[in-house]
Design a protein around this ligand. Sequence first.
Ligand code: URA
Ligand code: CA
Length: 445
Amino acid sequence: MTGSFSELIEKKKQGRELTDEELAAWIDGVVGGSIPEYQTSAMLMAIYFRGMSPHETSRLTYCIAHSGDVIDLSSLHGIKADKHSSGGVADTVSIPLIAVAASCGALMPKMSGRGLGHTGGTIDKLEAIPGFNVNLSPSAFMDIVSRLGGAIIAQTSDIAVADKKLYALRDVTATVDSVPLIASSIMGKKLASGADVIVLDVKWGTGAFMETREAATALARTMVDIGEDNGKRTVAYVTDMNEPLGNAVGNALEVLEAVQVLKGQGPQKLVDVILTLCGEILLQSGITETIEQGRQRAREAIESGRALHRFASIVQAQGGDPAFIDSPQLLPQAAVRLQVTAPRDGIITRIDARRVGVAAMHLGAGRRTKEDSIDLSVGLTMAVKTGDVVRVGQPVATIHARSLDEARVCEEELKSALSLGETPVPRWQAIVAKISRADGVIVFK
Ligand code: URA
Ligand code: CA
């Protein structure tokens, strides 16, 4: 890079494209500390207002991916697949999905994160399982994936080092909600995770990062372009997060919901998303020829009990005791259960996913800030979906709390998250679009 970094800020401020070398110099300077945070903050704001071209976005992502360790998965023979969710409420997809896909022959070495705010995280959920180790050594991780087809570990701090610094600055400079910055942040970590295939679940709605279908679709397109530009087969689905996806919100409760899914008793909407993402993974991994065949394989893996058995094997291999699968009381249990019932006859016209997530966070299931500790036992289980007809006194949710006082507070929050009306409303469609380079945007009606 010639000249000072302020010239690059000026260039972006004028809406011009940064070169590959300029982007690399910026990210090097972020990681090495030679570019001060106030200059990076100004650059982030310039990007926020001016955006980035598709090429710039892909190159920025490449630089973020290479700012830390890039996982070498070459000792695993076959196509490796990864899945990412942009975050949601009752979004218990990854845990059952890995078991189902692995039992169908896919290879899924998965690195996951923790929950923040109203959204949950896979690593927190897995820690509800007694003994489960989310910090395996790289060799133990690879060994389990090669034997069982899947394992899930916490993303290490050496992955995409620049992303942590950039995200911390975005968080305090009002520059989080920028498509190129979100897309490069997520995809930087995915590229560093080393898989060949990336299947993205981009949520839209009240409980999602992206509140409209259009915004979610735009983010999905950008991430697909980044993945493909960097040599990864990348497919994205846009899915509903206006209401909670499954029924369970809270860590131990979501592990139980994962078991329900694997026993063939999961909530339909959650199962639908899992089957579709699994179908896509099997297709992209060359295991089936169509997504419908992939979905069928996934369904059979659940119905035959193979997926549940594989889940037990993965849990055991990661140091966990699979006994909870048949004895749920072995998972952390909250002291108090409180049933919330419908105050009158009516139709559920709204279940605000974000408010439900926040209510669970207030119980202790989630973190307000990264430093907060969480209680793995607490949360809530929803018994209704938008569009359901309910009778007075019918249970709509069960709250699992540490005390009756906390349960009562949650009950009030939950009531404000739900609306009861007289006029029928349409149900939220689980999967609204698929985005791939080959087919562009396919909207599902
Ligand atoms: N998730 C991320 O990892 N990064 C973002 O910028 C937004 C969501
Ligand atoms: Ca999640």
